[in-house]
Design a protein around this ligand. Sequence first.
Ligand code: HEC
Ligand code: HEC
Length: 205
Amino acid sequence: MKAQIKVGIAGLFLFVATSPVMAAGNAQAGKAKAQVCFSCHGANGASPANPAWPKLAGQHAKYIAKQLADFKKGKTRKDPAMAGQVASLSADDMANLAAFFAEQTPKAGGAAKDKVALGQRIYRGGNEKSGVAACAGCHSPNGAGNPAANFPRLSGQNAGYVVKALNDFAKGVRSNDAGSMMRTIAARMTDAEKSAVASYIEGLK
Ligand code: HEC
Ligand code: HEC
């Protein structure tokens, strides 16, 4: 697939579906390795020490393993806190950690009342004027994501972290989204839209 070719969503589904399958992890082996992650991501990844950090509990295994591999390569996704964590992890370790966190029960969050209306409008319908696609189209109406296409689960995610992720995509600091799917969308969003949709996402169940 050449980078210059603009791929449609259907093409991307095909691309994802034909990518080499990552080995299924062993959650039991992952549990032992996961203990060091709890200091930042909370016990079992459910409730991070800082609301600007991501919840991992219930996230799709394939997505988690991909992020760990991306952090290790350090090109399309970089983070000073995560760099040291992934340096010594093998692909098997990543798959095991991913399997463990995927099995954990996520902790629900809450939306700010004054942001729900705008947040819901963007999440369900996007913004036709500025060309922002509806989040629900890929991340599903309840934020469960789409594991087959590797679209991450968003429901209940910390709003502060979601805003940071959208800003990182908008600036291109994070560029590990196949086909620039998220960079294109985030770059078209206003700060008010990012903040409102992030709050709505935190309240999704
Ligand atoms: C010192 C704190 C710290 C520790 C320890 C830590 N993390 Fe992280 N982790 C972070 C931060 C901060 C981010 C958000 C980075 C960003 O903003 O992109 C993150 C992001 C992630 C993400 C991306 C989540 C997403 O939704 O995209 C994964 C996966 C992850 N960490 C897994 C782990 C695993 C597995 C461990 C243990 C081996 C671990 N982390 C240990 C701080 C930490
Ligand atoms: C065309 C499909 C598509 C649409 C539409 C879409 N996304 Fe995404 N989104 C993705 C993909 C693919 C990724 C994962 C990139 C990767 O592999 O790291 C992603 C990742 C994210 C992440 C990072 C999650 C994490 O845990 O780090 C956030 C936040 C996000 N999207 C929010 C949104 C919001 C808000 C909207 C609507 C305004 C939206 N997305 C619309 C495909 C989409």
